[in-house]
Design a protein around this ligand. Sequence first.
Ligand code: SME
Length: 164
Amino acid sequence: MSANLNTTHWEHLSKQQRYDQVNSQVIGLIDHSVDEIANLANACALLKEAFGWWWIGFYRKVSNSLILGPFQGPVACTTIGFGKGVCGSSWKEGRTILVEDVESFPGHIACSAASKSEIVVPLWRKDGSFWGVIDVDSEHLAHFDAVDQIELEKFCRSLEIILS
Ligand code: SME
């Protein structure tokens, strides 16, 4: 099955309207006939189209590390350890982490000097085991807030049905 043609005119929508569209479209975008890589690649592209953020990507847990998965944006570090950086901390603490200023986050991993703020949301499989994280970076300080947390967590809950 091919992806839905996305004709949304995102530029006319408020942040909440974009999230409402994104969280509705992601459900229709999921293609159960293909693997999670294909679905997560489209999920990244949907967020990129809707919000234009600097970097959006998944890191999945493989053995004792987080390994780079599908993403949109500049090249990024491939491996992140447990408890390292914002992503590894989100894994360790099992919760979303919002960072208003990456320079004030101890151990932040700077994949790109342009990244100023970020939000990392953990994803779990159906059986409750930790799968990995989604990491969203902005080139603006304090770009993400409680609305982004609520809506990106909703986005992740929709994706969790296809994680293996
Ligand atoms: N900043 C992240 C690393 C991933 S890149 O930003 C894409 C961190 O500290 O975990």
